[in-house]
Write a protein that binds this ligand. Structure first.
Ligand SMILES: [Zn+2]
Length: 95
């Protein structure tokens, strides 16, 4: 459910969760008891399950349990490996 921000006339700010269809525009302030108006910020919808959340999760995980590799990813072992002994092959154009 979305989380809405409220702010009362005294300046107290707090968040409350309401179903989107039942969110009041004014509630009683949780701190001082006066009336608090709903902010005009967008509701904070849950990020769980989204692609962005998965990315943040993986980034956080790599900080304390990184994937173990035995060589630099995207590279072969060491220098370019020779696959032929024919000296004429060395004159062929390289990609
Ligand atoms: Zn207040």
């Amino acid at each position: 459910m979305p989380n809405y921000s409220f702010r009362c006339a005294q300046g107290c700010a707090f968040d409350a969760i309401y179903p989107m269809s039942e969110v009041p525009s004014e509630v009683e302030c949780r701190v001082c008891g006066s009336s608090a108006k709903r902010g005009i910020t967008a509701p904070h919808l849950s990020a769980a399950g989204s692609a962005a959340f998965g990315l943040m999760d993986r980034a956080a995980k790599s900080a304390h349990e990184p994937a173990v590799v035995d060589r630099i990813p995207g590279r072969g072992p060491g220098k370019t490996q020779r696959t032929t002994q024919n000296p004429l092959h060395a004159k062929l154009p390289r990609a």
